[in-house]
Design a protein. Structure first.
Ligand code: AMP
Ligand code: TRP
Length: 330
């Protein structure tokens, strides 16, 4: 089993990123060979201030480690440090079809339904680069949140298409999408996925929010009519989302939370959820503070990670070029 996943360096990471993805990375690193990437090239698909992007790339590296990823165990690196990603992306792009890229819902959402002649090409080509990320390491498993399901399907299609045309080369990678936590919803609107790009900070909880902000955001989170705390995604989407978050962060089954808070109204439930989040994020925040104090350590981890990643990336890229008919340089 070989695991690959990535997170975009876009400022903050939310508890959605943690509960839907990074928590699983941490668990997997003990049983599988793992690569975890900070996909800085993907971040360029929307306009970014250069200094912010550099800072955010280090922040995600530090958050990876603060959440429990160990550089001695997993390969942690920045996508742009391994230029083979961009190169394989071109080669895979020659197999991808306009129609299948146009159907990607993330492209449709992020281009805000803009006319195609003004939507960015990077945004359009985004899933091809993501496929290249995964295939470059011949990864067999890709832990992601539910929103990446469609991109993984495209990756599988491209792998199969390549194998059919040029001979068996890539394992067809499987998405690992958890049953619970793969889609944490916004605190202000349980019909929308929690996302760090939302302008209203009350929408999400950042892994680096101070305790007061966490308590306040949970207090203000929308709830449903009635007063009973129970899991019912149809009838009580807001409370169900909070219950799911509570269960994951406190590592306590939902039925046990329902038994404790069921008929007591929302106030105590929300107060104790706030405390559970503060307690759950405290060790991450403490470790993060240590890591930020020493940027040279972070840079060294990324440099060494990229070297180790390239050892795997180069042979795959050479194999692909050879199979596609490019003349070897030596
Ligand atoms: P991104 O921030 O878009 O780079 O996402 C990084 C990882 O976090 C991906 O695997 C996403 O699917 C996952 N993720 C992002 N938002 C959520 C959410 N609200 N709930 C669960 N997983 C999420
Ligand atoms: N597209 C993913 C996201 O926005 C990030 C990503 C890029 C990724 N390359 C990847 C995830 C490869 C898994 C594997 O969340």
């Amino acid at each position: 089993m070989k695991v690959f996943s990535g997170v975009q360096p876009s400022g903050i990471l939310t508890i959605g990123n943690y509960l839907g993805a990074i928590r699983h990375f941490v668990r997997l690193q003990d049983s599988a060979e793992c690569l975890f990437c900070i996909v800085d090239l993907h971040a360029l698909t929307v306009p970014r201030d250069p200094e912010d992007l550099r800072r955010d790339t280090r922040t995600v590296a530090n958050l990876y480690m603060a959440c429990g990823l160990r550089p001695e165990r997993s390969i942690l690196f920045a996508q742009s440090h391994v230029h083979e990603h961009a190169e394989l992306s071109w080669l895979m792009g020659c197999l991808a079809r306009l129609g299948e890229l146009r159907r990607m819902t993330q492209f449709k959402d992020k281009s805000h339904g803009a006319q195609e002649d003004v939507a960015g090409f990077g945004l359009f080509a985004y899933p091809v680069l993501m496929a290249a990320d995964i295939l470059l390491y011949k990864a067999s498993h890709v832990p992601v949140g539910d929103d990446q399901r469609q991109h993984l399907e495209l990756t599988r299609d491209l792998a199969q298409r390549f194998n059919a045309r040029f001979g068996e080369t890539f394992p067809v990678p499987e998405a690992m999408i958890a049953g619970v936590g793969a889609r944490i919803m916004g605190l202000d609107d349980p019909t929308r996925k929690m996302s760090k790009s939302e302008p209203n900070p009350g929408h999400y909880i950042s892994l680096l929010d101070p305790p007061e902000a966490i308590r306040d955001k949970v207090k203000r989170a929308v709830t449903d009519s009635g007063r009973d705390v129970r899991l019912d995604w149809e009838g009580k989407p807001a409370v169900s989302n909070l219950l799911e978050i509570f269960s994951l962060i406190a590592d306590e089954p939902v039925p046990s939370l329902e038994a404790r808070y069921g008929r007591q109204g929302y106030a105590r439930f929300k107060r104790e959820l706030g405390e559970a989040l503060v307690a759950g994020l405290a060790p991450i925040q403490a470790r993060f503070a240590e890591l930020v104090a020493d940027p040279s350590y972070t840079d060294r981890v990324l440099r060494e990670g990229a070297e180790r990643a390239r050892v795997q990336a180069v042979p795959t890229l050479n194999e692909v070029k050879e199979r596609m008919g490019l003349l070897g340089a030596r």
